[in-house]
Design a protein around this ligand. Structure first.
Ligand SMILES: [Zn+2]
Length: 199
């Protein structure tokens, strides 16, 4: 693994009460650590370590490291912010991209998966009938279904929605973009839905 890849790995960020609030990169977590704004949490013994203490640690077998001529630093997988009490905002930005992700880029009418580039967003209640651009009124749809439905509700078009669209909640694993790390499971209560990666 090159240093660049290691620095891009995800790090789980906990607040001062050790609740997951964010996912950042190893690069960013090292800056927080260096600035004394965070401690590394050792997932083995739950010790919270400063940069100096962390740098003294002998990396365990198989743990990814950042290496330079004088330094061999295990990458922090979990950090805790020193002065941050708030809970994460559960709001995920409403966007075409995130609707596509929520629906796994799957047409919510026929189940087709035409691909990230060609999937479209359908307003369940069309805008011409007062439908809003929102999590609960927008779904992923393939081009043929979107064209067939046109400016009609599913009922008017005789089409059936596979799932009622809902506002998704932020979960740390979603934000990891597939970079699931075993040690996170000790800090994150719910099992992840691996295919869903909302940013
Ligand atoms: Zn379709």
């Amino acid at each position: 693994m090159t240093t660049t890849n290691v620095l891009d790995r995800p790090t789980l960020v906990l607040n001062r009460s050790w609740q997951p609030v964010h996912v950042t990169t190893v690069a960013r977590s090292l800056i927080l650590l260096w600035n004394d704004a965070a401690r590394v949490v050792d997932p083995e013994d739950y010790q919270a370590l400063t940069w100096d203490d962390w740098a003294k640690r002998e990396p365990a077998e198989g743990v990814p490291c950042i290496r330079s001529a004088r330094l061999k630093l295990p990458v922090p997988e979990v950090i805790a912010l020193a002065n941050y009490d708030r809970l994460p905002s559960t709001a995920i930005t409403f966007s075409r991209r995130n609707v596509g992700k929520r629906d796994h880029y799957t047409c919510q009418y026929c189940g087709d998966q035409p691909g990230v580039e060609t999937i479209t967003i359908d307003h369940v209640i069309p805008r011409s009938q007062g439908g809003t651009s929102s999590w609960t009124n927008c779904v992923a749809a393939c081009e043929p279904c979107n064209a067939r439905k046109a400016d009609r509700t599913p009922e008017q078009a005789g089409m059936k929605l596979r799932h009622r669209p809902v506002r998704p909640e932020w979960k740390p694993f979603y934000a990891a973009q597939g970079g699931r790390i075993e040690s996170w499971a000790r800090f994150v209560k719910h099992e992840p839905v691996p295919a869903l990666a909302l940013a």
